[in-house]
Design a protein around this ligand. Structure first.
Ligand code: ZN
Length: 86
């Protein structure tokens, strides 16, 4: 179970980096984060559990959360604009 969660966290971190290359803190611009994977019981669907990846800036502590399922759907969809296209 612990290894499965670690794998999911790594996958989510790669998705975040893929969607937002050079991801930095919105508040202070720092680029180092603590990461945590959270099971979101409220957003769970019939398709299964929903996960959030939480980033906490190592400099100022600002926290952001991203829904992993929506991030994955956006990355898999060719029709959606990518951050790198902007
Ligand atoms: Zn920060």
């Amino acid at each position: 179970m612990k290894e499965e969660l670690a794998g999911r966290l790594a996958d989510a971190a790669f998705m975040l980096e893929d969607a937002f290359p050079g991801f930095t803190c919105l508040r202070c611009g720092y680029d180092q984060f603590l990461l945590r994977l959270i099971v979101d019981d409220v957003a769970a669907t019939e398709n299964g559990e929903c996960y959030l990846i939480e980033t906490a800036c190592k400099r100022c502590g600002m926290v952001e959360k991203h829904r992993v399922d929506l991030l994955r759907d956006a990355l898999l969809s060719e029709s959606l604009p990518r951050a790198s296209d902007a």
